[in-house]
Unconditional design. Structure first.
Length: 225
């Protein structure tokens, strides 16, 4: 999978892609991420990329020309399966969305800053808009990193244990059950006996019950879906 990210703050995205699971996916050749610095497409000597909004109001808006020039250049080089705009005023990212995106070959992500981008960019180029939750971030970069992490880990062969992505919280609309490792007793706190029993069918039943219990307590909304 190839992911291009158009950003005004490429440095914000370098660290997430140079560590952990994403780096391994990139090293294995399963994913490539290309950062496109919007400043390179800015207007005039000052490489202007933002301007005051029509109609007045606080906050700058990313201008149409630099983004259009950048997107047109990329679209001329390859076909993208989706052109995604990261913005808080969109539907919230969910596991099924990440699952679907993990099957794509080429994705272009536009991250906003300030008050966002000129609406005409969204009208003309964007095929999908994604928010990562009901709170506001300074820019879309960290949100894009979250999206890429959730998608790249689902690409077959990225995770060491092939099955572990399938047992994540949310894959079956349930939160994960509690997990334990050694020691069996720490300061008097014991690991549940069932997990030490070796009775795997019973352990699976226990895990399902705990997952349901936790979901009922913390996220009853998931059970309505
Ligand atoms: Cl995608 N962008 C920004 N700036 N804030 C957010 C977000 C995105 N998702 C949640 N908050």
């Amino acid at each position: 999978m190839r992911i291009d990210i158009i950003t005004v703050a490429p440095e914000l995205l370098e660290s997430p892609f140079n560590h952990s699971m994403i780096k391994r996916a990139i090293d294995k050749g399963l994913a490539e991420v290309h950062l496109q610095d919007l400043r390179n497409y800015g207007l005039g000597n000052y490489r202007q990329i933002d301007d005051y909004q029509y109609g007045g109001g606080a906050g700058m808006v990313l201008m149409i020309e630099p983004i259009a020039t950048c997107i047109e250049k990329l679209l001329a080089e390859r076909e993208y399966d989706e052109v995604i705009y990261m913005t808080p005023d969109a539907k919230t990212l969910t596991q099924p969305v990440s699952n679907a995106l993990s099957l794509k070959k080429q994705i272009l992500i536009l991250t906003g800053h300030y008050k966002g981008v000129d609406q005409r960019i969204r009208d003309k180029y964007i095929t999908m808009e994604i928010s990562i939750g009901d709170y506001v971030l300074t820019g879309g970069e960290l949100a894009a990193a979250v999206l890429c992490d959730s998608v790249i880990r689902l690409i077959p062969e990225v995770l060491g244990d092939e099955t572990s992505a399938l047992t994540d919280s949310f894959q079956d609309n349930l939160l994960s059950p509690p997990v334990y490792t050694r020691p069996a007793i720490f300061q008097g706190m014991k690991v549940p006996d069932i997990l030490l029993s070796g009775n795997f069918p019973k352990i699976e039943t226990w895990r399902s019950e705990k997952a349901l219990e936790r979901t009922q307590q913390l996220r009853p909304d998931l059970l309505d879906e």
